[in-house]
Design a binder for this molecule. Structure first.
Ligand code: F6R
Length: 236
């Protein structure tokens, strides 16, 4: 696991975007990028929107979507990605799991096949304060494929800021599994703020355990972690 510690959020966004951009430029023939939602990638997406990089050869696949929300729901991850990236940057194709299908398990299987067929060249990740990656909560097996997962109370509370009330935060999501994420060629994980310090320390210095899903990344051959000083605050 390689890592970089920067002083401020703007620097974190800039450094991380430049790493993504390098990959895009390295693959003029086309590539697939895995994307995340939440606060962590917001700065990266802002840098991306401001750059005039040609991304028409880039396919994107997102990590997850809430079960029950239609793509055009104001709080769906489809809408989040449109607002923060897709409305401004033109990609070849962009995919997210569909949250409001009749059968979420079948949708998970379809999405797993899609991701496997595309093959992810670089996956952008955030980390939950309980160590989750995508919506693989503590206890998820390391070889999990894309699946439907119940969100923990702490994750729902952390994500409440995007909704009006806690009751509005969905209780389930479709998420790429840990095994799916581990198939990506490269992984770029970004984390900022003191809120993430404990999870970051466990991910980088603790034993690999399903109690902290991000610890699996210790076993991936090409991971770059970009942290601000607060998120790195508990590293020895
Ligand atoms: C989002 C995702 C989640 C977030 C994590 C951190 O697509 O997969 O794992 O990366 O919950 O969220 P933020 O960045 O909002 O702190």
């Amino acid at each position: 696991m390689k890592w970089m510690i920067v002083k401020k959020a703007e620097e974190l966004a800039n450094v991380s975007y430049q790493l993504m951009k390098q990959e895009i430029l390295r693959h003029p023939e086309g590539l697939t990028i895995g994307l995340a939602t939440g606060s962590s990638p917001l700065g990266v997406y802002e840098e991306w929107r401001q750059d005039e990089l040609d991304c028409r050869h880039v396919t994107t696949v997102n990590l997850d979507e809430y079960v029950g929300l239609s793509p055009d729901h104001p709080h769906s991850y489809h809408t989040f990605m449109k607002e923060h990236l897709f409305d401004t940057v033109t990609f070849k194709e962009s995919y997210l799991p569909i949250g409001n299908t009749a059968d979420s398990h079948q949708e998970s299987e379809r999405y797993e096949q899609l991701v496997r067929t595309l093959g992810i060249d670089i996956q952008l990740l955030g980390i939950g304060s309980n160590g989750h990656i995508a919506f693989n909560e503590p206890g998820t097996p390391f070889d999990a494929k894309t699946h439907v997962t119940e969100l923990t109370e702490s994750t729902r509370m952390a994500n409440q800021r995007f909704f009006d009330r806690l009751e509005d935060v969905p209780t389930e999501a479709i998420t790429m599994g840990i095994g799916t994420i581990m198939e990506a060629e490269k992984i770029l994980l970004v984390a900022s703020s003191e809120r993430k310090a404990e999870a970051v320390r466990d991910m980088m210095e603790g034993p690999a355990t399903v109690d902290c899903p991000a610890t699996i990344l210790q076993r991936h051959a090409d991971v770059m972690v970009v942290l601000d000083e607060e998120a790195a605050g508990l590293l020895s």
